[in-house]
Design a protein around this ligand. Structure first.
Ligand code: UT7
Length: 329
């Protein structure tokens, strides 16, 4: 090993996404609860969301996203030895959605497990996969965010039902040697945080041990909003401090797609130019752990994100959990 190639990096080889066919528009929602397209667009930027069909589970969405990411990477399931699925809406309490997807992909080798950090799930899963790959224990990872939040929404609660949607996204990461500097392709730095004191602000009021039910999502939206921008900007600044890079160095900012106003305020506070911000929330609402890979897939497919671009990812979610990952595409 020469001095020059001294650090193992997790390089993105492919990205893919899947949204269920059924589209639920704001106008349709306004016939179900007391709301309007105008209110939803003005407060959130969301125009429509996708809803999984009856019997269409999180693992089915995740499998489609995973196959799209593998095709983009020109790889097959045989090439993968690690599958991490970020989800808060698993098919079943157990076995994990990850082992379901592993089986659907025809994989009998490697390891697959779920990770739950609500809307920050993709950043937590990417960070975990990065640490596996950097350690040398695994070679190629499928990192999947897949959710069917429509199944835990209280469809009579206008303060939450307009915000969420179903979907899945995935990336393929591959371990590759780098020089150990900011010019390397791959994940450059990751930063995760959590603070369990905030559980009541965004939670599900059911679960196997507490209630023996699935429960419904409950949120104090104003409170979440109040904390979100500060948490996001803190952890993004940690990523800048760890690398010595700045907002000007970024090519793309790909935030968790929950609310247009949170995204705009966070980018402004960080000094990130609006044209560098990838926003897809209008088309799918808040898909929790799926939102970042959905946005990445859209921006890679339309040619915005190109090889060697510097990309900042960030998310905040229930718990609270929050995190940022800086990578070179
Ligand atoms: O990953 C993190 C996920 N969570 C989030 O991103 C949510 C963060 N929070 C938010 O995005 C915003 O707080 C919301 C979009 C949820 C709400 O916006 P807001 O500007 O904070 O509204 P609010 O909760 O203060 O409600 C303002 C008014 C209230 O009526 P009154 O009390 O002023 O008469 C609500 O009852 O808007 C009413 N309202 C609605 N009106 C029409 C709440 N939901 C709706 C609705 N349609 N869907």
């Amino acid at each position: 090993m020469t001095e020059k190639f001294s650090v193992m990096r997790s390089v993105v080889r492919g990205v893919g996404a899947y949204l269920p066919e059924r589209v639920l528009t704001n106008d349709e929602l306004s016939k179900m609860v007391d709301t309007s397209d105008e209110w939803i667009v003005q407060r959130t930027g969301i125009k429509e969301r996708h809803i999984a069909a009856a019997g269409e589970t999180t693992s089915m969405l995740g499998e489609k996203a995973a196959r799209a990411a593998l095709a983009h990477a020109a790889l097959t399931p045989a090439d993968i030895d690690l599958v991490i699925v970020a989800t808060s809406t698993p098919d079943y309490t157990f076995p994990s959605t990850a082992t379901q997807i592993q089986a659907m992909l025809g994989m009998t080798h490697g390891v697959a497990f779920d990770l739950q950090a609500v809307c920050s799930g993709f950043i937590f899963a990417l960070t975990t996969a990065d640490k596996f790959l950097r350690s040398g224990s695994h070679k190629r990872a499928l990192v999947i965010g897949a959710e069917t939040f429509s199944r835990i929404i209280d469809w009579t609660d206008r303060s939450t039902c307009v915000l969420f949607g179903d979907g899945a996204g995935a990336v393929v990461l591959e371990a590759a040697w780098g020089a150990g500097d900011n010019a390397d392709r791959g994940v450059l730095t990751t930063h995760l945080r959590s603070d369990g004191r905030h559980r009541s602000k965004l939670h599900v009021d059911g679960g196997p041990s507490a209630t023996q039910t699935v429960g419904h999502l409950r949120m104090e939206g104003k409170e979440v909003f109040r904390f979100a921008v500060g948490m996001v900007t803190d952890v993004v600044k940690d990523a800048f401090a760890a690398t010595g890079l700045t907002a000007e160095d970024l090519d793309w900012f790909v935030p968790h797609q929950a609310n247009r106003r949170i995204i705009d305020m966070s980018a402004a506070k960080l000094g990130i130019a609006p044209e560098k911000v990838v926003i897809t929330v209008q088309g799918h609402g808040n898909t929790s752990a799926a939102s970042i890979p959905l946005a990445l897939a859209a921006a890679a497919a339309d040619g915005r994100i190109k090889q060697n671009d510097l990309v900042m990812l960030e998310a905040v979610g229930g718990g609270f959990t929050w995190g940022a990952a800086l990578l070179r595409w």
